[in-house]
Structure formats: C-alpha cells, structure tokens
Write a protein that binds this ligand. Structure first.
Ligand code: SF4
Length: 190
C-alpha cells in the first residue's frame, strides 16, 4: 500500500495515510477492496491525489485477491519475471512502484532504481545521464550481490545521501561519497 501512497509525495504523507487506514482496520486486501472509491479517497487524502491513488489501491488489492488469493507470501516464491510483468499490468503501477512492492513486500531481489539512485550514479559517471529506469535497475542489480536485504539497505542509503547532500544542487563538501569523485566535479544531472 505504501508503494502506491508514496507516489509523487514525501513518505511522511504516505505514512499518515497508512496510519489512517490502520486506525480504521482497513489494512487488508478484502477490506480495502470492499470500500468505494470516494470513501477510500477520504481516508488516504493526506497522501495527495486521493481519488487517483484510491483507484490504484483498489486495482492493486483486487490483483492481490485474484492472483495470490489475498496472501502476499505467495509472491515470495512465484517466478520473478512473470510476476513483475503481471504487476506492471495493474493500472497506475509503473516500474518503480512494482519494484518497491517486489522488494519490500515480497522480499525479492529487485532494485528500486528511483530518482535518488539515478542522480547519484549519474553524478559519479557510473551511468549515462540518458539511461532510463530499466537500464539503471539492471546496472545496479548486475553490480551488487543479489540479496534483498542488501538492496533494501543500499536503497535506503542512497535515499539518505540524496536527502542530505545529493540534492538538486549537490553539496559534495562533507558528503560521505565525496571520495568517489576522485577530485573531479560531480557530472551534470539533468
Ligand atoms: S559527493 Fe556530490 S555527487 Fe556524490 S553523492 Fe555526494 S553530493 Fe552527490
């Protein structure tokens, strides 16, 4: 649920929406799927664009009910390629959201190659600035041990450095990754 609620907003806003769902005991696929769009939108309004996200949550919860019988644990053993392709068929689920679900909810070795990751890798000249999401994801997965716990931690660290230093305007002085620039300036990002 968090992967959808966090689309285009800060995690803190998604967290408020999750807390509102939890407070109303709605954090099960069956209960969410039973709500009408307007009612669900009112509960999750803190996450922004509530009607859009309510429709996406409904689509995701229906998928969970129909494809894995309401049991997320089944996603831990399904063949990864077809499972990812299936998730990407859900309306409103792009690759970043699908990969967040695969990594965080299903514990699968899929890297969430979000904007923080792409920005750091580009500035350190590790990927082409024109590389798309899939290319960056594949690059990360090819250069790291295929370990969901490591992907989880590595992604969290990239987000942390993105928030503390690698912002729209980089603050390289004092950044933990400054050593890796080897005396060069960070490459241009966008
Ligand atoms: S050293 Fe500069 S370019 Fe590298 S991650 Fe830190 S802020 Fe970004």
């Amino acid at each position: 649920m968090g992967a959808v609620l966090a689309q285009h907003t800060a995690w803190v806003n998604a967290a408020h929406a999750i807390a509102a769902l939890r407070g109303r005991r709605l954090l099960t696929p069956a209960r969410l799927a039973a709500l009408d769009i307007g009612g669900l939108a009112r509960v999750i309004r803190s996450a922004g664009t509530p009607r859009v996200k309510a429709r996406r949550l409904r689509a995701l919860t229906r998928w969970i009910l129909e494809r894995v019988d309401g049991r997320l644990v089944r996603m831990t053993t399904m063949p990864l390629g077809p499972l990812r392709a299936d998730l990407l068929e859900i309306p409103g689920l792009g690759p970043e959201t699908a990969d967040a679900i695969l990594l965080y909810a299903a514990g699968r070795p899929v890297f969430v190659a979000d904007a923080y990751a792409r920005r750091v890798l580009t500035r350190h000249r590790l990927i082409d600035p024109r590389a798309g999401y899939e290319e960056v994801r594949r690059w990360l997965e090819a250069h790291l041990p295929s370990d969901p716990a490591l992907f989880n931690e590595f992604h969290a660290l990239l987000v942390a450095v993105g928030k503390s230093n690698c912002r729209s305007a980089p603050r390289c002085e004092g950044c933990a990754l400054r050593f890796d620039l080897r005396g060069r300036r960070a490459a241009r990002w966008r």
